[in-house]
Design a protein around this ligand. Sequence first.
Ligand code: GLU
Length: 308
Amino acid sequence: MPDFADHAGRYAPSPSGDLHFGNLRTAVLAWLFARQSGRKFYMRVEDIDSERSSMESAQRQLEDLAAIGIEWDEPVVYQHDRGEAYASALAKLDTYECYCSRRDIREAASAPHAQPGMYPGTCRDLTEEQRAYRRSQLSQSGRLPAIRLRAHAERWTVNDVYKGEFTGPVDDVILKRGGNANQAQVGDWAYNLAVVVDDGYQSIDQVVRGDDLLGSAPAQAYLAHELGFPDPEYVHVPLVVTADGRRLAKRDGAVTLRQMAEDGGVQRVVEQIASSLGHPDVSSMGELLDRFDPLGLSREPWVWGISE
Ligand code: GLU
């Protein structure tokens, strides 16, 4: 087993295409926070979703991150290698099988007392007999049940450097997705379980990522607590958005490093990232590391093509 340092930050991209300016900016922030605080900095390739991920994309993402001057400590962790660790974490948690289809959940969630966005609890308290029936019904259509966390807290509080104390619902999150009974079960692990198990494994005690994930932090921190991992420090950073307020996406034009570098080279992109972090006069990552002030970072989203 690799020996991960006690204090570390990370960047954990999903390899489903090239990173865009917003992803690169978040990666730079994660690197700055880790290195300024004397932490190790690890990369984790979040490729549990085998249909959307590819090794080729992972390779290109790592190349792009290296090209802008981010350096990281070895080894790089790939989630496709981590099935055993997820299985042993799952065995330690209080869980239950869930037989619901998306449609079942949607319908139950529209009942008058349901809480929007939360699992309505349909399968939480079924009897063994009911479970056997639902399981056999599902297997007739070639499906296996999903596994959910039986959460023993409704809400959980995390501390975030920018957002302060943030309390949110825990929910009975999916830990393992229901699969096709006839196919191998790789790729069915759910994001929330994989992130928490891997952060624990890599000794991550500082999680810097886009603030679109703030809402997942309470459930993840609760899971970490249940698995005996210490609470990381959270730093949810503002995203890069378009002028109409949408999260920047690849369809917004020349937004990947390779596209942007066609016009001015990688150097120009580094300058743009530095500028978006409040340092328009900085032209190298080393200088940015010296000068970046976390408290001076704007708490507003960076607007692509408009913010200066
Ligand atoms: N893999 C996730 C993403 O690319 C990030 C997960 C995390 O940082 O916790 O959005």
